[in-house]
Design a protein around this ligand. Structure first.
Ligand code: SF4
Length: 348
């Protein structure tokens, strides 16, 4: 199969055009057609010589994400279920905020991490996405917003999959989307979320980017975390906290801890007390997420008053905390729910 054009960084395109005995500015022009003009065929690259366009056609494929279905929430959230060239399905979500539009992208088909509250992991991991397949989600969403002159101003890498288990492709994706000659999304407007793949937290810290990091912590201690997230048995709580501290020291950036509140499991006042003690003195912020109901798991939602109580305890102990605004609740916007339903229907 031919490589995807979006899989090539600008530097790789420059090398490719040089091999074709063309000046390097041709690579900049191609990059501009891909990410600024956002065309969908080589034919449309009108300032590229015909011979080079034919060579592009011969050598590369465009990533085509076929829309299987799309849901639009009352709050403006749009959720796409896309089909890849190999018939696998992935999810992408556009969210509308008062500060602009953000996109949540998928990095893997399925996930092997096995968090017990997550629908994305139900069928295990099928395969990693290439950088180009992750980029295509942003380009296609942006093409849609182009019709109303809107722009995607921020990206969260929190869709299906564990981005730190597809590290190289994720970094390649990031290098292209932040490129000033391309989509030019500000590094500080991008957040990568990991379940705690410790070696890659160190690696990411050493990249010294301005990109935000979020850690899905979801429990205040080793035992409870292992029962909710099997990844904690591979990378225990203490090791995770050590890596988090290294990231904060190295980057000087505030770390976000995501904490999904699951009714009766990790949402008691004593959990809030313990979490506050564990995070004491760290440059961090806690984002409380009322867990979505996943029919395959018997988890219930934490009552509103208990969520506020949890927040109050953290605040009393001087931990910076917010409750995540729920979006797309009416369209099954929780990660993996749409894909899980699609998989179930296609195997019937
Ligand atoms: S929450 Fe993320 S890391 Fe955990 S199983 Fe789901 S997709 Fe994988």
């Amino acid at each position: 199969m031919k490589p995807f054009i979006y899989d090539y960084t600008l530097e790789e395109l420059q090398t490719w055009v040089k091999e074709k005995k063309q000046p390097t500015f041709r690579a900049d022009q191609i990059f501009d057609w891909l990410y600024v003009k956002r065309i969908s065929s080589f034919e449309e690259m009108s300032n590229i010589p015909k011979k080079l366009r034919d060579q592009l056609e011969e050598h590369f494929n465009f990533v085509t994400l076929n829309e299987i279905t799309r849901f639009q929430s009352k709050d403006g959230t749009i959720k796409f279920l896309f089909e890849l060239h190999d018939k696998n399905a992935i999810e992408t979500v556009i969210m509308k905020h008062d500060y602009g539009n953000s996109i949540c992208v998928t990095t893997q088909v399925g996930c092997r991490v096995g968090c017990t509250f997550c629908a994305s992991t139900l069928g295990g991991l099928k395969r990693d996405l290439s950088a180009g397949e992750i980029i295509a989600q942003v380009v296609q969403a942006q093409q849609r917003l182009d019709k109303t002159n809107e722009r995607i101003s921020s990206i969260v890498i929190m869709g299906i999959g564990e981005p730190f288990e597809n590290y190289d492709q994720m970094m390649k994706f990031l290098r292209t989307v932040i490129h000033e000659k391309g989509l030019n999304i500000g590094q500080r407007h991008i957040t990568v979320s990991t379940s705690g793949i410790v070696p890659n937290i160190y690696k990411f810290a050493d990249e010294k980017t301005q990109i935000n990091l979020a850690i899905s912590i979801h429990a205040p201690n080793d035992k409870l975390r292992s029962s909710l997230m099997p990844v904690n048995r591979r990378f225990p709580f203490e090791e995770l906290l050590k890596a988090c501290k290294y990231y904060i020291e190295t980057s000087g950036r505030r770390l976000t801890f995501e904490y999904a509140l699951i009714g009766g499991k990790n949402d008691k006042p004593e959990h809030a007390e313990e979490l506050a003690d564990v995070l004491q003195g760290m440059l961090c912020h806690v984002n409380l997420i009322p867990v979505n109901y996943v029919p395959e798991r018997d988890y219930t939602r934490t009552p509103k008053k208990d969520i506020f109580e949890f927040k109050k305890i953290l605040e009393r102990k001087k931990i910076n905390v917010t409750i995540r605004r729920e979006q797309g609740h009416d369209i099954e916007a929780a990660c993996g729910q749409l894909r899980a339903k699609h998989m179930e229907l296609s195997t019937r």
